[in-house]
Design a protein around this ligand. Structure first.
Ligand SMILES: *Cc1c(COP(=O)(O)O)cnc(C)c1O
Length: 269
C-alpha cells in the first residue's frame, strides 16, 4: 500500500515513536537525537522539514552535504530576513568518508559518524587543526567524531572490529583537534529484528565498557544506532541518536540505487 501521508505526518509519527521507545527504556524523548537522513530527499522536502523546526540533518556523501548545506543556509537567511526564527541546521556526515574529502567535510559537518581507521582520524586531526588555526579558526572548536564499529563483522560493512574500537577511541582522544564523542553502528542487512537487537546490544556493551574505562573522556556520550527499519529497537537497546531517512521522507523512487554503492564522486582516495 503506497504511503500517502504528508511529510509532516510522517515526521510527527517518527517523533512520537522515538518518544514512546525512549519512555519504554526509562528515558525522555529529549534524550534521543533524531537525525533526518536527507540522502534521498528533495531540496523542497528538506526545506519543509527545516521549516518545521528540525535541526539535525544527515548525508552520506560529502559533495551533496556541502551543496545542500549552502542551499539550506541561504533558505534560513531568507527566513530570518523576513523576521522568522531560523535555527542553523547541524549536518552529520554518516557515510564512509574518503580521506581526500576530509577537508571539505569538516567545513560543514558538526559530527562525523564514520571514523573507521587511524589514518582517517589522523587526516581529520590534521585538517581540523589547520582549520582551527587558520583564518576564522576561532569559531572552529574541536571536531566531534564517532568511531564506527562493524559489530557483526560483515565484509560489506565499514567500521573497526569491536576489539579495536577502544584503542581507536584512545588514539583519537590524544588528538588535540578531535573529540571522540561515541560509537556508531549499523544492523546487519539480514532484515531480522533479532539480528539487529543482538548487534545493538553488543554495541551498547562496548560503549559502556569504553565509558567505564574513561577512555574517551567526559564527553564520550553518543551512541548512534538505528535507521528507519529498526530505530525503536535501537533506542530500547540504548541508542541516543537515530539516523532516519525513508520513514520521514518516504520511500524514494530510486531507493534501489544506494549512494553508498554508487561508483560516484567519493570513490578513490
Ligand atoms: C541511508 C542511511 C541511513 C538512513 O536509512 P533509512 O533506512 O532510509 O532510514 C542511516 N544511516 C546511514 C549510515 C545511511 O547510509
Amino acid at each position: 500500500m503506497p504511503d500517502t501521508r504528508t511529510l509532516r505526518e510522517r515526521y510527527d509519527d517518527v517523533k512520537a515513536r522515538v518518544a514512546r521507545a525512549a519512555e519504554k527504556s526509562g528515558r525522555r524523548a529529549s534524550d534521543i537525537m533524531l537525525v533526518a537522513v536527507t540522502k534521498y530527499a528533495s531540496i523542497e522536502d528538506i526545506r519543509e522539514l527545516v521549516s518545521l523546526g528540525h535541526v539535525d540533518l544527515g548525508e552520506n556523501r560529502v559533495q551533496q552535504m556541502v551543496q545542500r548545506a549552502a542551499i539550506i543556509d541561504e533558505f534560513n537567511a531568507r527566513r530570518a530576513d523576513r523576521g522568522g526564527t531560523a535555527t542553523p541546521v547541524r549536518w552529520h556526515m554518516i557515510g564512509s568518508l574518503q580521506r581526500n574529502k576530509v577537508k571539505q567535510a569538516i567545513q560543514v559537518a558538526r559530527l562525523i559518524h564514520s571514523v573507521d581507521s587511524l589514518r582517517l582520524a589522523e587526516e581529520l586531526q590534521e585538517h581540523a587543526e589547520a582549520a582551527a588555526t587558520g583564518p576564522g579558526g576561532d569559531k572552529f572548536g574541536p571536531l566531534d567524531v564517532l568511531v564506527e564499529v562493524n559489530v557483526a563483522g560483515e565484509a560489506s560493512k565499514h567500521g573497526v572490529a569491536p576489539a579495536a574500537a577502544r584503542h581507536l577511541v584512545d588514539m583519537i582522544d590524544t588528538m588535540v583537534a578531535l573529540r571522540p564523542r561515541g560509537l556508531m553502528c549499523m544492523a546487519p542487512n539480514t532484515g531480522s529484528i533479532d539480528d539487529a537487537r543482538r548487534v545493538f546490544t553488543r554495541c551498547k556493551e562496548l560503549f559502556d565498557e569504553i565509558r567505564a574505562l574513561g577512555v574517551g573522556g567526559e564527553r564520550f556520550d553518543i551512541l548512534s544506532m538505528g535507521m528507519s527499519g529498526d530505530y525503536e529497537v535501537a533506542i530500547e537497546c540504548g541508542s541516543n541518536l537515530v539516523r532516519v531517512g525513508s520513514a520521514i521522507f518516504g520511500e524514494s523512487k530510486d531507493a534501489a540505487e544506494d549512494p553508498n554503492d554508487a561508483p560516484g564522486e567519493d570513490s578513490g582516495g
